[in-house]
Design a protein around this ligand. Sequence first.
Ligand code: BES
Ligand code: MN
Ligand code: ZN
Length: 487
Amino acid sequence: MQIEFVAGPLAATVSPVARIVDQDALPADLEAVVLEAARAARFSGKAGQACDAFVARDGAVVRVALAGGGDAKAKDRTAALERAGAALTARFLTSGEAALTVDFTGTRLAPAEVAAVLLGARLRAWRYDLYRTKLNEEQKPSLKSIRVAGAPEGTEAAWAVEAALAEGVEFTRELVTEPANVLYPASFVERAHKRLDGTGVKIRVLDRDEMAALGMGALLGVAQGSVREPKLLVMEWKGGPAGGKPTAFVGKGVTFDTGGISLKPPAGMEDMKWDMGGAGAVAGVMLALAKRKAKANVVGICGLVENMPDGNAQRPGDVVTTMSGQTVEVINTDAEGRLVLCDAITWTQKEFAPAAIVDLATLTGAMIISLGHEYGGLFANDDDLAAKLLAAGEASGDKLWRQPMGPAYDKLIDSPIADMKNVGPREGGSITAAQFIGRYVDKGMPWAHLDIAGMVWANKPGQTWDKGATGYGVRVLDRFVRDNLEG
Ligand code: BES
Ligand code: MN
Ligand code: ZN
């Protein structure tokens, strides 16, 4: 979706043309036909509502659309404006119209608020039709551009920042959407190169031999059943003070999770192509940060593996030695995410001594049982970091809800044969998974773990996404960087 700014006053005959209106405040200058269409559609300007009508203007037929921005004083006004933009693209995406002009002439919206409308419009328009060869004309997206007219001074600059964010979210969605025969550790790395080379992000990749030399027995144990070579992808963005400690984002990148020898049941197993959603979010936020030249030092690390059953796969009961030196009894080969993350986190601490670590992972089905698809789970050893992430979640729309941790949960993963086992009992499954990762975090290191299992994929359209990959994670991390690491 192109966002174009058009200069000068708008001709009366431009069609289709849209306006954002506040709730219960339909502009008086609209034609009676438009007002009647709004009434007939029960359109009151609530966030996310849209309607349209055809009117005669200067001898031409003009399609006029309205989108609701909700209550002008609402505290979630930004989200409401995103929904207004999203409602417009959802309505016009396959309408046959190639361009939609949004007329902000006379608006009371600030530049950042207009940018929110545009962000919602762009994000909601994203879809991935690469593998559809038989779409008929009416099913194909027709809308190629949003033209912005009459926006207040400063909107283009505000939009440039949000456009970078949109690129990051879209990159994540692409990675999450690609099937596992296309996206596997090596091809994930290739795509990262393709999108990040030239942006100022420095990429490094550790291969199997290098990881073996470092003693990453847990990560490599997961990879052992797959013919796909594992990779540790490292992306560095140094936009902050020279020599300043980076903040590290670490992503679970299981490009397909069959469960391994603890094989998952067939129903729904195809979903496990998006078991790399944490890594996808990390790659996406690195792109966003670089594109908007964030004034912060951030490093993104993705542990990329495929979890397969095989003659060479690891077995339940195997004991692996992690890079930290701690040993793990692998009770269930399907609890593989934590095995990938523990070595990725150990390496991150040794390599970067970061200021803080935030890991993201589609780690447990139990997280979806707890929180559904509304909040990602937040686990943290540091209240300040937790508070900042919760605030970033609220502000960005990638919402988080804090979960408990503690020693009573921790002892549930003690093992009779090794330092720990990789699963606890069924109860509190997301918490024991977090406790497991916590055992690899150095004393004094601020750390948060985001279990985003319920968030990276949607079975129905949402606020600013169609069904499919949501891009969850990019926005909360970007907002966390903006509000806490920059300026
Ligand atoms: N990738 C899954 C978690 C998951 C399940 C994410 C469903 C999204 C949807 C993870 O690797 C896994 O298999 N976890 C197990 C852990 C269990 C064996 C302790 C789970 O949640 O069942
Ligand atoms: Mn699994
Ligand atoms: Zn998994």
